[in-house]
Design a protein around this ligand. Structure first.
Ligand code: MEV
Length: 318
């Protein structure tokens, strides 16, 4: 038996960090994917390898441990956690390919988790649907990171551009929102778990100030929802810039992220902000009229991706 599954990366337009405290968020699946293939191992060991990410490891699925043969994959803890939920410890070979830059804030861990779980369900012939898959993937992220909102795994599972409401209801935007965005990312990876914990500590030390910031971020996300529905790009850009200020207050900004944010604006982006957890990782810039200038400006010192939103969520087959 062989099985395979793939899941998209995501980018958060509004609501990272505040979503952890129950505020709404807006995020979309983008045209970069993680692909997981599973087949029985040729030896008595379980093997995980990725040519794209240049690593190989022997897995001890019973004890959630591994021995690295090559490379240094941060993503491996998510795969071991997914295996511990679904797999019966028979020796398997897992091949991971991905064109999502790891640690770039595009939800590589969520895409890998969703694709791994879906491939495992197929491999073991276990029935699942998107709701149960998104739930299980969220549990994996929470187990690995300590704290995680369901946002990344939801978007990777369902695809499309989604609004996650305060009561965790998922609404798909019906508008055709193919606005041109550029993502800039540094070689310095962000660590989502650490950033989420740091924000919690800041909030514990300064509860009144930070609670107000977090609820303002929620309010801003609701304004952004209206602006997206009206396709009012100027308003969306303005709200992205305000959101960047809030993320700076939360302490997740860095010199490199700021450099990309300001360079994007200097090159004509109407809005630019961190996307994802920050502390490294990516920024997203809305540039309806000058995508090439913005991409070129950022690429002087950092890496660039031109992204499109995609409706395609998880897909799997045997
Ligand atoms: C990370 O992509 C988004 C955060 O809000 C964390 C989470 O939602 O779990 C920073």
């Amino acid at each position: 038996m062989k099985a395979m599954a793939s899941a998209p990366a995501k980018t958060i337009l509004f609501g990272e960090h505040s979503v952890v405290y129950g505020e709404p968020a807006i995020a979309g699946a983008v045209n970069k994917r993680a692909v997981v293939k599973i087949r029985p191992s040729k030896s008595d060991k379980s093997i995980l390898k990725s040519y794209d990410l240049n690593f190989e490891a022997e897995l001890d699925t019973e004890n959630k441990k591994y021995v690295l043969k090559k490379g240094k994959p941060g993503i491996i803890r998510y795969i071991l956690e997914a295996l511990s939920k679904v797999h019966n410890h028979s020796p398997i070979e897992i091949l991971l390919s991905s064109n999502i830059p790891i640690g770039s804030g595009l939800g590589s861990s969520a895409a890998v988790t969703v694709a791994t779980l879906a491939a495992l369900y197929r491999y073991h012939n276990i029935r699942f649907n998107k709701k149960s898959l998104a739930h299980d993937a969220h549990m994996v992220e929470e187990a690995v990171q300590g704290i995680a909102s369901p946002l990344d795994t939801l978007v990777s599972t369902y695809g499309g551009l989604v609004y996650l409401s305060r009561n965790k209801k998922v609404e798909h935007f019906k508008v055709n929102f193919n606005a041109p965005f550029v993502v800039g990312y540094t070689n310095k990876h962000g660590n989502t778990g650490k950033m989420v914990k740091d924000v919690r500590l800041l909030k514990n030390r300064n509860p009144k100030v930070i609670n107000n910031v977090i609820s303002s971020m929620g309010q801003l996300t609701n304004y952004a929802k209206q602006a997206i529905l009206k396709r009012d790009f100027d308003k969306i850009g303005e709200l992205m810039n305000i959101n960047q200020g809030f993320l700076d207050v939360l302490g997740v900004n860095t010199f490199e992220l700021s450099r990309m944010v300001y360079r994007a604006r200097e090159c004509g982006a109407i809005g630019s902000k961190i996307t994802g957890a920050g502390g490294g990782g990516s920024i997203i810039a809305l540039c309806p009229n000058n995508i090439d200038q913005v991409a070129e400006g950022i690429s002087k010192e950092d890496n660039v991706l031109k992204i499109r939103f995609t409706r395609k969520g998880v897909s799997s087959r045997v």
